[in-house]
Design a protein around this ligand. Structure first.
Ligand code: EAX
Length: 323
């Protein structure tokens, strides 16, 4: 058999081996997020995984890991020990300061307003500010409107929060809001929250209904007040090197999959918000639904004035005026 035929045979064989290459040959992509698989974050990242693996005929494999220290996960993306992380904007302002504008309480009227702003020019403009920080802001996702829980007393008006030790995310904007209300904000990663509530290091915390339900926070908190005091965006952040190594077709497939993940995540938030309050009541929480929002907004006036000075006042006005 001529050398040429042998080479031809070998090439064909190599091709066949590549096509059915064992898992080892797949390109691995690790994505971390802080919540249980059965959550609005889990639903989003699973949808991304399924869409991207399908679109690339399993040439890529997405490994999903839980890491309930969001700041740590973002640092891992920055140094490249993992490829991507889905995170709330909680600690993101420490990496990309412009994102802090999104964390201002009572900035968004409702979910449609928030999703519209994030998917629109303003949101896309903010995503572009990640690159100079050694990160890629891929797509906005959702955590939901945050509500206050605590184990001490029913909260109906701002005065009820005074002196309460409230866990916040590692977020200066949120900490400023709670200290303005007279609470004692204690910033910590999500990973430290439940032990801190169990030990009484803090009395309360604030999170969207989907997070409270998925993490059974009813087991360590007795009162829930539907303050909806701030919209909590989430975001998929990836490593620039990983995104740069994708060829054009795979990059397009990854962005499509990320958008599919965002849709699945948002749909799950909508579903959890529809059923979650009754579920938490059923689990024994005392729920305050009638909240004097205007009183909370009035009590936060000094913080709003400071945000106008220290954040991007013009951007805040653009967001408020967005229809
Ligand atoms: O992103 O830390 C928090 O309270 C976040 O809402 C949670 O990690 C989900």
């Amino acid at each position: 058999m001529t050398l040429f035929r042998r080479l031809l045979g070998a090439t064909a064989l190599a091709g066949m081996i590549a096509a059915t290459a064992p898992a080892g040959a797949q390109t691995q992509i690790t994505i971390q997020h802080p919540l249980p698989a059965n959550s609005h974050y889990g639903a989003g990242i699973l949808a991304l995984k399924e869409a991207f693996e399908r679109a690339t005929n399993n040439r890529f494999r997405v490994n999903i890991q839980r890491n309930d220290n969001e700041r740590e996960a973002i640092e891992s993306v920055q140094i490249g020990t993992i490829e991507c992380s889905m995170t709330s904007t909680g600690p993101v302002g420490n990496f990309v300061p412009a994102v802090r504008n999104l964390d201002v309480p009572f900035l968004f009227r409702d979910t449609a307003h928030a999703r519209g702003v994030l998917d629109g020019e303003i949101g896309q403009g903010l995503l572009a500010q990640f690159q100079p920080r050694g990160l890629v802001g891929v797509v906005w996702m959702e955590n939901g409107f945050r509500h206050l829980t605590n184990s001490r007393r029913e909260v109906n008006v701002p005065a009820d929060v005074r002196g309460m030790k409230v866990r916040t995310m590692e977020n200066q904007v949120h900490m400023r809001a709670f200290s303005t209300l007279g609470a004692l904000p204690t910033p910590m990663a999500f990973s430290e929250l439940v032990p801190a509530l169990q030990q009484g290091t803090v009395d309360g915390q604030e999170n969207p209904i989907p997070v409270i339900v998925a993490n059974n926070l009813n087991q360590v908190q007795r009162f829930l007040t539907l303050t909806a005091h701030v919209y909590s965006p989430a975001i998929l952040i990836c490593n620039p090197g990983m995104m740069g190594r994708l060829n054009a077709a795979d990059r397009a497939a990854f962005l499509d999959a990320a958008r599919a993940g965002a849709r699945a995540n948002r749909d799950r938030v909508t579903a959890d918000e529809a059923s979650g309050v009754d579920e938490l009541r059923r689990r024994g929480m005392t729920v305050v639904t009638q909240v004097d929002t205007a009183a909370f907004q009035a009590a936060l006036a000094p913080a709003f004035a400071e945000y106008e000075r220290t954040l991007d006042g013009a951007l805040l006005r653009r967001i408020r005026d967005a229809r």
